[in-house]
Design a protein around this ligand. Structure first.
Ligand SMILES: NC(=O)c1ccc[n+]([C@@H]2O[C@H](COP(=O)([O-])OP(=O)(O)OC[C@H]3O[C@@H](n4cnc5c(N)ncnc54)[C@H](OP(=O)(O)O)[C@@H]3O)[C@@H](O)[C@H]2O)c1
Length: 313
């Protein structure tokens, strides 16, 4: 196969939509996934469904890296989906660090290398803060954080950076909170709101740097198609808001009150150490995207939420 686009983590919130749009515009897409059968059901029309997992150093999958025009690497165990213990933290870390190491090794070994490697990262890179007001607006040159989430992102990016040594264009996609009704923070908040039990998570003072799923995909497509996209890219809207404001806007869009905060102790009871991160945030700006003149379809939160809820995106 030749000139195809590889996606890992393709059955996730971002991957499904990315694959769907690439297939829709006529690209040859090969999905490296843990269950090819599940991926074929979820994402019809790909040119290949190939078995891959983050702990697979070698296998049939390495052959598909050769001759690919691009690799979009999104795979990673969901961080905030379950209660944290040491085993969960290790799985989250290893699925990203080892997975990236193996993909990069295959890129380095390929005789015909992809032109671009887009590797997922997150705005957790910059650390996590309690209050929106105290948080500086961070662009890509911002300092690294020092907590566990930051360590994952820093080490994840370090593995990806190895790919640059062979001249492959590397985009480090530092994604914020992706808004989609199909998964992630928004999906979790919708159920209590629909039962008139909605409200902010934690103090409400933390900052939410969000991006509409359509803009996240547009940013990845630009990273694929536009050779001036290189290095760290903050994939966030230009309008970070406090959790309290986020929750109020969501209540307005749904026609429901935003009165019942989920207290910090309840989040921590549910998630253990992970709860620490669920009640913190970052105030991140899309510095790189703005220098590139990227046009956000949904720069404003109220419009983003209205579109997502109305169109069940
Ligand atoms: N969504 C967000 O708000 C957000 C924010 C910042 C960063 N990110 C990062 O962007 C990437 C994609 O996000 P997403 O929301 O689409 O993720 P997601 O819905 O959680 O999906 C991640 C995908 O990774 C694969 N995966 C899950 N557990 C794995 C494991 N233990 N080992 C290897 N692969 C595993 C799965 O793909 P297969 O089963 O198809 O193999 C899964 O569909 C993730 O790395 C995430 O950390 C997301």
């Amino acid at each position: 196969m030749h000139d195809h686009i590889i996606i890992t983590g393709a059955t996730g919130v971002i991957g499904v939509e990315l694959a769907r749009q690439l297939i829709g515009r006529g690209d040859k897409v090969v999905l490296l996934v843990r269950s090819p059968e599940n991926a074929a059901r979820k994402i019809p029309g790909a040119a290949g469904y190939v078995k891959w997992d983050s702990d697979m150093e070698t296998g049939e999958w390495t052959g598909f890296i050769n001759g690919a025009k691009a690799v979009v690497h999104l795979a990673g165990k969901p961080l905030l989906e379950s209660r944290w213990n040491e085993a969960h933290k290790e799985d989250c870390y290893n699925s990203r660090i080892l997975g990236t190491r193996h993909i990069v090794s295959a890129i380095l070994a390929a005789t015909e290398k992809p032109k671009v490697f887009i590797s997922a990262s997150a705005i957790g890179y910059y650390g996590s803060f309690d209050r929106c007001e105290d948080t500086p607006a961070i662009i890509e040159s911002g300092a690294k954080g020092r907590d566990f989430l930051a360590k994952i992102c820093i080490d994840w990016e370090k593995e990806a950076l190895e790919a640059e040594k062979t001249g492959v264009r590397l985009v480090l996609l530092r994604t914020g909170i992706v808004l989609s009704t199909k998964g992630g923070m928004l999906q979790k908040m919708l159920a209590p709101f629909n039962f008139f039990l909605g409200g902010p998570i934690g103090s409400g003072l933390q900052c939410i740097s969000w991006i509409h799923i359509d803009d996240e995909i547009a940013c990845i497509l630009q990273s694929l198609d536009n050779s001036s996209y290189e290095g760290p890219v903050n994939a966030v809207s230009p309008e970070p808001v406090s959790m309290k404001d986020f929750s109020s806007r969501l209540g307005e869009v749904l026609g429901r009150p935003s009165l019942l905060p989920v207290p910090k102790f309840a989040v921590q009871l549910l998630m253990g150490e992970g709860g620490e991160y669920a009640v913190k945030g970052q105030k991140v700006k899309p510095g790189f995207l703005q220098t590139q003149g990227f046009v956000f379809r949904y720069p404003k939160l109220a419009e983003a939420l209205a579109d997502l809820v109305k169109n069940k995106k």
